[in-house]
Ligand binder design. Structure first.
Ligand code: HEM
Length: 137
């Protein structure tokens, strides 16, 4: 069971990485596309958002299962640091999703905010991976 959950954790990490790195690239491409030509590219926004949400849901589910199965909750302070960053990332994803929605509806300031949050989410994801490595090795 532990190995299955570890597999799910890493598969979800791959999925989440694709969504996290893809979001700002998509946002950049939308910004570069003239408003009247965005109809084909805008439907990709909810697709990438759903992918990211599914990934983080799976990461939290499989991560909690791993910590429970392996009795790892009190392994190290790095683990709690990692969990704090995961909470921050979840919050940031909620705010970025709202900003992207407003941006797609024509709010330029919200679109710029969504692009900035998209980039900071990459930094958060990388810090979480660093926290995980320091916690478990
Ligand atoms: C964005 C969310 C997350 C990311 C990117 C992430 C990433 C990672 C990575 C890269 C590892 C491998 C570390 C290593 O073996 O050196 C790992 C392991 C682990 N993660 Fe996560 N994780 C996330 C969320 C969570 C959550 C929410 C929990 C617990 C509630 C959790 C619990 C664990 C545990 C217990 C391991 C150790 C597995 C093992 O090495 O046997 N993770 N995580």
């Amino acid at each position: 069971m532990y190995d299955l959950m570890l597999f799910v954790h890493f598969a979800a990490l791959a999925l989440g990485g694709a969504a996290t790195f893809g979001s700002p690239l998509l946002a950049l491409q939308i910004a570069r596309t003239p408003v009247d030509q965005r109809t084909t590219i805008l439907p990709l926004v909810p697709v990438i958002q759903k992918t990211g949400r599914a990934a983080i849901g799976l990461l939290i589910f499989s991560g909690a299962a791993l910590a429970g199965l392996g009795d790892l909750w009190d392994k190290s302070a790095w683990f709690w640091g990692k969990l704090l960053l995961v909470a921050l990332l979840v919050l940031s994803i909620v705010v970025a999703t709202r900003a992207a929605r407003a941006g797609a509806a024509g709010d330029a300031a919200a679109a710029a905010r969504a692009r900035l949050l998209g980039r900071s989410n990459i930094a958060l994801l990388l810090l979480i991976i660093l926290g995980a490595v320091l916690a478990f090795h």
